[in-house]
Ligand binder design. Structure first.
Ligand SMILES: Nc1ncnc2c1ncn2[C@@H]1O[C@H](COP(=O)(O)OP(=O)(O)O)[C@@H](O)[C@H]1O
Ligand SMILES: [Mg+2]
Length: 338
């Protein structure tokens, strides 16, 4: 807590807008996103594919695809310092050291030609000034900490010699090696089968608590974070549309999209996979409908929803929603049957 600036949140994102120029037009896949992550807090970010979750996380570390996208405006105050405005060399030193990221596909982040142990060790040599041997020893204990069997042997293996779940553990070991304050995990288990997924999520949860980290867990799976996060941000078409403590969101969701994400039915033949009941798809950010971006898919929509865009409004006790029909939605309590 001591290093917190005035006891404020660890991360405070204000009105983040990411633009992508395309065909002479400008689209805004991240369209005014604001949220906070507290010290030691675990926050879930949920939304279907194409809602702008990854771009939001990447932009915070200025790792968004250069050339394609740029940050139009906004601030991302980390311990009071703006990540979006600071000197890029300074930010490079913070990446991996104070804020780390874990991605869906470890093979895009792991280097195929280096042994896993050396890849974990590298950050500690650079950021913490450890010797090669010290860093290598630490890498082995990190592999043990993330639950790898035979950690010393694993350290000498190459990524292709490991299973998907083991690679993700290596990625997590790399991410926590320098004891960051914040871990951004973008669909960290989406590529894994369900049992491995649960083990990796248990691991992230344990590390977050033991290491007193904050965790921003991005996923398309609301059921998954509703069992594990302290607070949830629901994202739709480039904006946060509902934000609440997890128990609150489960008990009294006030955005139709949130109800839709909760209302999934088991997929035939695979009880653990769920099928969305929300018809249609997330709009292309270059062709967003007028009014509320969700209104064409929304069973609660009125004429106003097609004309005006609802802003986030507080419902009290840390619960906020961007919906004109929030009261009706909260009372209905569930996605209407088709
Ligand atoms: N490299 C890119 N080039 C062009 N458009 C992109 C690129 N990355 C993302 N986008 C646009 O931004 C939207 C949001 O993408 P993304 O942040 O990856 O969504 P999510 O992670 O929620 O699935 C996409 O639907 C797409 O329109
Ligand atoms: Mg994504």
């Amino acid at each position: 807590m001591t290093a917190d600036q005035g006891g404020g949140p660890l991360l405070r994102v204000e009105d983040l807008v990411v633009e992508i120029p395309r065909d002479g037009m400008v689209s805004t896949p991240v369209d005014g996103v604001s949220f906070e992550v507290g010290s030691r807090e675990s926050v879930g970010v949920v939304g279907e594919s194409g809602c702008g979750k990854s771009l939001t996380a990447l932009a915070l570390l200025r790792l968004h695809p250069r050339g394609a996208a740029h940050i139009r405006r906004g601030r991302a105050l980390f311990r009071g310092e703006d990540l979006l405005a600071m000197d890029i060399d300074r930010l490079r030193k913070w990446r991996g050291r104070r804020i780390s990221m874990v991605f869906q596909e470890p093979m895009t982040s792991l280097n195929p030609v280096f042994q896993c142990g050396d890849q974990i060790a590298e950050g500690m040599q650079v950021h913490l000034g450890l010797s090669r041997q010290q860093a290598r020893d630490r890498a082995i204990s990190l592999l043990e900490e993330v639950g790898m069997d035979h950690p010393a042997r694993r350290a000498g293996q190459y990524p292709h010699e490991l299973s998907g779940g083991m690679r993700q553990r290596v990625m997590i070991a790399m991410a926590i090696a320098c004891s960051p304050d914040l871990l951004l995990a973008d669909e960290p288990t989406t590529a894994l089968d369900v049992t491995v997924q649960a083990r990796i999520l248990d691991l992230l949860e344990r590390l977050q608590e033991e290491r007193a980290m904050s965790l921003l867990h991005i996923t398309h799976d609301l059921a998954l974070v509703s069992q594990r996060s302290n607070r949830i941000l629901v994202m739709y078409s480039g904006r946060i549309v509902e934000s609440a403590k997890t128990a609150q969101l489960v008990a009294e969701a006030a955005h139709p999209y949130t109800l839709g994400l909760f209302a999934c039915r088991p997929r035939l033949g695979d009880r653990r996979r769920r099928l969305s009941l929300i018809e249609g798809s997330v709009p292309d950010p270059a062709h967003r409908p007028q009014g509320c971006a969700f209104h064409p898919r929304c069973p609660f929509a009125t004429a106003r929803c097609g004309q005006e865009r609802p802003e986030m409004q507080s419902l009290g006790a840390g619960h906020a929603v961007a919906c004109f029909e929030a009261e009706r939605v909260r009372e209905a309590g569930r996605w209407p049957d088709a």
